[in-house]
Write a protein that binds this ligand. Structure first.
Ligand SMILES: [Fe+2]
Ligand SMILES: [Fe+2]
Length: 168
């Protein structure tokens, strides 16, 4: 079994412990959605796709387990480190890359290292593109606009009351 699959099996089991079914569904959808976005962005930017997907699978696990988003970047990075050290799927350097990306992922308004940026953008891609009719959070508007340019997205179909493709 590949190590991404192995990590996903671990995360799946952890999410199964969530008793609120609606939140559990949201957690699966978001972690796998960000993981797919991470594949797309890492392939575009020449970053390490497997590691990007692993970071995506772990990035909000702390928040789902604790029920709190307070400081969930740094706390999630510490959780991810202990999981990765237990599962022994990654080298020290890879663990550091994944944990750094998780540590910084909620700081959407600052620019960090390229691999950190990849996870932030994958998170934003899922938040903003999972449902184009939903409004975009102010702190994610600039990244959303940049992603549309990076992926050369043309204007498409929008519900009459929905958002425009170019937020301003
Ligand atoms: Fe998050
Ligand atoms: Fe997230």
């Amino acid at each position: 079994m590949g190590r991404l699959k192995e990590l996903r099996n671990y995360v799946d089991q952890e999410l199964l412990k969530m008793t609120d079914i609606g939140k559990r569904k949201g957690a699966y959808v978001h972690l796998y959605g960000v993981s797919l976005a991470a594949t797309l962005i890492s392939e575009k930017r020449g970053e390490e796709t497997e590691l990007a997907c692993m970071a995506a699978m772990l990035h909000d696990l702390y928040a789902y387990q604790s029920g709190s988003y307070d400081d969930h970047g740094p706390k999630g990075a510490a959780l991810a480190k202990s999981i990765l050290e237990t599962l022994k799927l990654t080298s020290d350097k890879e663990t550091e890359m994944i944990c750094s990306a998780i540590y910084h992922h909620d700081n959407k308004e600052v620019v960090d290292a390229p691999f950190d940026e990849l996870l932030k953008d994958a998170d934003v891609m899922h938040h903003t593109m999972n449902d184009l009719s939903k409004p975009i959070k102010d702190k994610e508007k600039a990244r959303y606009a940049k992603l549309r340019v990076e992926f050369d997205l043309k204007s498409g179909w929008y519900p009459p009351s929905g958002r425009r493709h170019d937020p301003r």
